[in-house]
Design a protein around this ligand. Sequence first.
Ligand code: CDT
Length: 321
Amino acid sequence: MTRTITIAAGQLGPIAKDESRSAVVERLMDLLSQAAEANCELVAFPELALTTFFPRWFTEDIGGHDHYYETEMPSAETQPLFDLAKELGVGFALGYAELLTDDSGATRRFNTTVLVDQQGEIVGKFRKVHIPGHESDEPWRPFQHLERRYFEESDAGFAVHRAFGGIVGMATCNDRRWPETYREMGLQGVELSLIGYNTPIHYAPDPGQNALQGFHNHLCMQAGAYQNGTWVVGIAKGGTEEGVESLAQSCIIAPSGQIVAQAVTTGDELIVAKADLDWCKQYKETLFDFARYRRPEVYQRITTQKGVIEPPIDSPTEAPA
Ligand code: CDT
């Protein structure tokens, strides 16, 4: 029996600052309906798929953007999407800003994605691990990237879920640039990784990277797919949103590292691929047979050291005898 799943990336174009949740949910439902017509079992939507990318604006009061967060999922406004998923038998992954009050009464803010099955039930939740950008006002930038002000880093890591007949993991935007993201999931046998993103083309700390945004996007996800023998779906919120141009180029990547489907617009667009989950074994059981070939005993720095420690200048490293 082959384990083939038809998957889609539901790329979004810009979401305006004053666009209502209901209007956005309508757009998501349209993409979900298109996915059903294409016989998909699962459609993955981008990071922060219900609102504009609000971390581009500074507010003195950290709660100044709280109206962009969800305090429950599903909510009254998102319930129709869950209902349609159940009616059409198409699951989805949805990124959103999550606001909660923990047991100690503290307010917590996460950049979250839920995985919803074909019965419209939440079967997995992921909170973004690598939070990029900065914490405080930096008005010198043409626009800001204040994710580190408006979201905390999740310590929950990269869980995977048995769903859709396979092993499914999630990551969010900047997480895709870190090899540890894929390897953490790879070590749990991931077969399908869903990664939504909002990537401005202009990178203020080093604008020399602007022209390479598309290249870097595919480079890291293709490498992650190949080196871990997994399908990867990268889903953009692209186009020019509130004056800021963001990368589109959503894609579906096979365990070989090859892109098998790619968006051609910067707006709302569905791309589809038939994913044979058993293809993952071609890589997981050969070149990347982790149990046979990995050497964790010589990778200690990866989990014990955070920043770079260069060797002392005056003591050259000894060559092994
Ligand atoms: N959303 C997100 O994580 N975006 C970052 C932008 C670069 S850091 C300013 C990314 O890695 O694509």
